[in-house]
Design a binder for this molecule. Structure first.
Ligand SMILES: Nc1ncnc2c1ncn2[C@@H]1O[C@H](COP(=O)(O)OP(=O)(O)O)[C@@H](O)[C@H]1O
Ligand SMILES: [Mg+2]
Length: 242
């Protein structure tokens, strides 16, 4: 794939800081139903996420966890309300600003979504836009991240040669390649057995020491949620309890 260009490595702190601050106020998101009615997937949500915090969203399937993550990641736009990430208002920002914002958010999905034809190392480098000015060496950083997720020595492995837990570790490394201030993980352990899921969660928790960021994950696994410092329960699109 791409060759490394001569770039100077910058210390993590310079860009990462302590993570993004997120403020949702009165956020509403509806989806059209076939009948012409609308389903309210986020119902006047107020939510504050402090820089560097880790929050688990829990709740039954269909309660609106993914919708909230998509709103915070600017994958979906809210119908009304305000979504502030640091000083950026996601509800009024233009498309170009939102695209730049998204490239600075790390996403982890339940089903890993690795590209099967690419090695672990190249999968980690996928989110680096080829023409973007970089202040880091992408190959060096991808290797460092694979090491940080416990996969040193597996750089050249194809996803098919890796276990589910290892594939999710590659996906986590990929999510960190652009030095996100915000990491959004939608059911990151949902496709893993409980033991592997626990170790992937512990990995995510531990990464904050090295890569300061704000983390939001969704899970319906109460064992997983129990080790997170903050658990927000979602029901019918509403913040139900903490
Ligand atoms: N793109 C969409 N179109 C229509 N309905 C959707 C869409 N995305 C989510 N929904 C609905 O919004 C509600 C919340 O979904 P979701 O946020 O995926 O919940 P969770 O992640 O908690 O399972 C569900 O009723 C779901 O069917
Ligand atoms: Mg979901």
């Amino acid at each position: 794939m791409s060759q490394a260009t001569p770039e100077t490595a910058a210390p993590e702190q310079a860009v990462g800081g302590v993570g993004a601050q997120v403020r949702l106020r009165d956020v509403v998101k509806t989806f059209a139903l076939g009948s012409g009615a609308r389903l309210t997937a986020a119902d006047r949500v107020d939510l504050d996420l402090e820089p560097g915090s880790l929050t688990a969203l829990t709740g039954p399937s269909g309660s609106g966890k993914s919708t909230l993550l998509h709103l915070i990641g600017a994958i979906e736009t809210a119908d009304s309300g305000s979504l502030l990430v640091d000083d950026l208002d996601l509800t009024t920002a233009n498309r170009r600003t939102l695209a730049a914002y998204r490239s600075g958010v790390g996403f982890v999905f339940q089903r890993f979504h690795l590209l099967p034809a690419l090695t672990a190392l190249h999968n980690v480098m996928v989110p680096v836009l080829p023409l973007r000015h970089l202040d880091f060496d992408r190959v060096e950083r991808a290797r460092e991240l694979l090491d940080a997720v416990g996969l040193a020595g597996r750089e050249d492995a194809l996803p098919s040669r890796l276990s589910g837990g290892q594939q999710q570790r590659v996906a986590i490394a990929r999510a960190l390649i652009n030095r996100p201030r915000l990491l959004l993980a939608d059911e990151p352990t949902g496709n893993l057995d409980s033991h592997t899921g626990q170790s992937v969660l512990e990995l995510i928790l531990g990464l904050r020491d090295r890569y300061p960021m704000t983390i939001v994950l969704s899970t319906h696994d109460t064992g997983i949620a129990a080790v997170c410092e903050r658990v927000v329960h979602i029901l019918d699109g509403r913040v139900n309890a903490e």
